[in-house]
Ligand binder design. Structure first.
Ligand code: NI
Length: 407
């Protein structure tokens, strides 16, 4: 891949949507963002570059919100028609890049390993397309910071800028699918992401005299084992769920029984009911096992993000947008259950919406795990994402306006 921007791989299906000049500027933006990634809540230069890129496309009604976030307003044809929002996230991860791309990260230890460089760029692209061919109502294009730490969406919501939004759409690049393939389906698209912390308090003693202790390590080990029965014995087998213990810390020396042990982990579920059941049963099980081992344990749940469950109506709007832009053959099923989280779910607690997976593997390319040092999204996904999201805003705005007239 060369750094010269004369080799733009515009996917044929959307080539007519972009002039060569617009395509070149979007690719330049993407490569610039990729080269200069910033961590959650530190996306200052990223935000400045996005403001400049939007301005270069004539979009200047841009509010700076939630610290490093932006909300750009693209006027619709009828200012009284329903407002639709599009969301692109903009933050990077603490990973050292090893892609070998000519526009690899120059910020040591930081990398766009989740494709948010492409999400930010396709959001600019969508704003450009909507400025050229507007939706019925205004479209708010949200550039959201801090998706990776799970609290950027909440901060955008708390800014109040989305108060009058009737529907929101967003997407994620996905190398399991080729450029041009898009998942726009109803149902679970991402899992909830609650965390837990378990403090086991016992009584320390000499390692040679365990009968004088209340051993928190043995109790914590029993808790880890017992937690495996939550998904296998408590949850309906038809429901996906995960309980993972990620850290287990206790002790200072081989001949000392400590007085404390600490576990942390994550709970994943794709329905609100499963999420509620797993978090409730986890705390009860920990208390019971601790009592059996003569120690006490406190469980602290960290409020994570909810699951994304795309509602039928919004998914059908998104699917229509995909069909309009790419044809029906572009629609592919997710084909698996995604237990990863995505804080787009937080918007969907306040407004209806749909989250898409947008193919980002070049033809003949291989699947590369997101959040790994070798990850990147194929550039063509930028244009697909821009065109599909812009069209989703148009279809949603028209559909919701029609529904309002007839109701
Ligand atoms: Ni991501």
């Amino acid at each position: 891949m060369s750094t010269a921007i004369d080799d733009i791989a515009l996917p044929p299906a959307v080539a007519s949507h972009f002039s060569q000049d617009a395509a070149r500027r979007l690719v330049e933006l993407r490569r610039d963002l990729h080269r200069h990634p910033e961590l959650s809540w530190q996306e200052k230069e990223t935000a400045n570059k996005l403001v400049a890129a939007l301005a270069s496309f004539g979009i200047t009604d841009v509010a700076r919100v939630a610290g490093t976030g932006l909300v750009a307003r693209v006027p619709g044809r009828d200012r009284s028609a329903p407002i639709v929002a599009l969301r692109g996230d903009i933050d990077a991860l603490p990973i050292t890049e090893s892609t070998g791309l000519p526009f690899s990260s120059e910020n040591a230890g930081i990398m766009h390993a989740c494709g948010h460089d492409v999400h930010a760029s396709w959001a600019v692209g969508a704003a450009h397309l909507l400025a050229a061919s507007p939706a019925s109502g205004d479209v708010l294009v949200v550039f959201q910071p801090a998706e990776e730490v799970g609290d950027g969406a909440r901060a955008i919501l708390e800014s109040g800028t989305l108060a009058n939004v009737a529907a929101i759409f967003g997407g994620h690049v996905d190398r399991r699918f080729e450029v041009g393939q898009v998942v726009a389906q109803a149902g679970a698209l991402a899992a909830s992401t609650d965390t837990f912390e378990i403090e086991v308090a016992g009584a320390g003693a000499h390692g040679a005299r365990p009968h004088e202790s209340a051993d928190p390590i043995v109790a914590a080990a029993a808790i880890v084992t017992a937690l495996q029965a939550l998904v296998s014995r408590r949850l309906d087998p038809a429901q996906p769920g995960v309980v993972t213990v990620g850290t287990f810390n206790a002790g200072t020396a081989s001949n000392i029984i400590p007085d404390r042990a600490r576990l942390t982990g994550t709970i994943r579920a794709t329905t609100v009911a499963a999420r509620t059941l797993l978090t409730r049963e986890l705390a009860a099980l920990v208390t019971g096992v601790a009592a059996a081992y003569g120690v006490s344990a406190t469980t602290t749940l960290g409020g994570g993000t909810p699951p994304i469950v795309n509602p039928e109506r919004m998914a059908s709007i998104a699917a229509r947008a995909v069909t309009n832009v790419l044809g029906e053959a572009a629609l592919v099923p997710l084909g698996t259950t995604n237990m990863g989280g995505e804080d787009f779910a937080v918007y969907m607690e306040s407004m209806p919406g749909c989250f898409l997976r947008i193919g980002a593997r070049e033809p003949g390319g291989r699947v590369i795990a997101a959040h790994s040092p070798g990850y990147y999204a194929a550039e063509g996904a930028l244009f697909i994402g821009a065109a599909v999201l812009a069209e989703a805003a148009r279809v949603a705005s028209a559909t919701l306006a029609g529904a309002r007239e007839t109701s």
